[in-house]
Design a protein around this ligand. Sequence first.
Ligand SMILES: C[S@@+](CC[C@H](N)C(=O)[O-])C[C@H]1O[C@@H](n2cnc3c(N)ncnc32)[C@H](O)[C@@H]1O
Length: 245
Amino acid sequence: MKYSLAKRFVSSVPGLRTFGARSFTSFPTSISPYVYRFMRASLFRDELKRLKTFEICFDKLAASGDVGDYLEFGVARGTSMISSHRYAKRHRFDDMRFFAFDSFAGLPSDEEQFTQGDMSYSQEEFSHFCKKAGVDLKRVTPVPGYFDSTLTDDMLTKLDIKPGRHLVHIDCDLYESTVVVLRFLEPILEEGAIIVFDDWHSFDYKKDPENWGEQRAFREWPSHDKFEKLAEHPEWNCAFIKTRT
Ligand SMILES: C[S@@+](CC[C@H](N)C(=O)[O-])C[C@H]1O[C@@H](n2cnc3c(N)ncnc32)[C@H](O)[C@@H]1O
């Protein structure tokens, strides 16, 4: 079962999620990071499943020495951004910058179980939530807008993102969004760069999951054969590392 009982209960009661998030953000910043960690480790343990993949990726980057930036496509309220920030701190990746790409208005279109406008959190909500969870906002650059208008070569120049061993987290659910992200990444991933697909198993209920969502986008991406699988959670995510140029 992908999600814990607690998570499914919270999602099934209208308004409970928002109430929980509001209650959490009302704690003073001096104690809110501890409250956040406690909630994650107790009630919302399902997060730990996808974090195993992150642990492997961060360890791999640490072993390789030369570490790039963290780029996340689809940040919503910041859950995975918060975890990555914590791992980066643990590994003392002090120069790692965090780029948060999102429309901050939810999904751009429908696709099977996903509906346009789902997971809509404003940039302010994202930043506030991250701050309360202990993220150093000085290291985070939000890039608001739909990917088809923000993910350009000019944006790479503007953000000063150069080719490197970046850690990329793709969590944007949709095939069409993932296609745009992968095209954007083409010039900046060096050998040793890692891509984590969060929604790798979202279409496992189909008889041909490889023809849907992130799996399809990756399979069709011309550079996919330069990557090897690094880690996978059977219900959740899958990580690939670039091994050839
Ligand atoms: C599943 S949520 C991300 C969850 C987040 N990583 C977390 O750990 O809580 C998917 C996000 O992708 C964003 N998204 C999907 N397609 C997009 C696109 N084409 N342009 C901009 N944002 C997009 C949505 O706005 C939404 O916030």
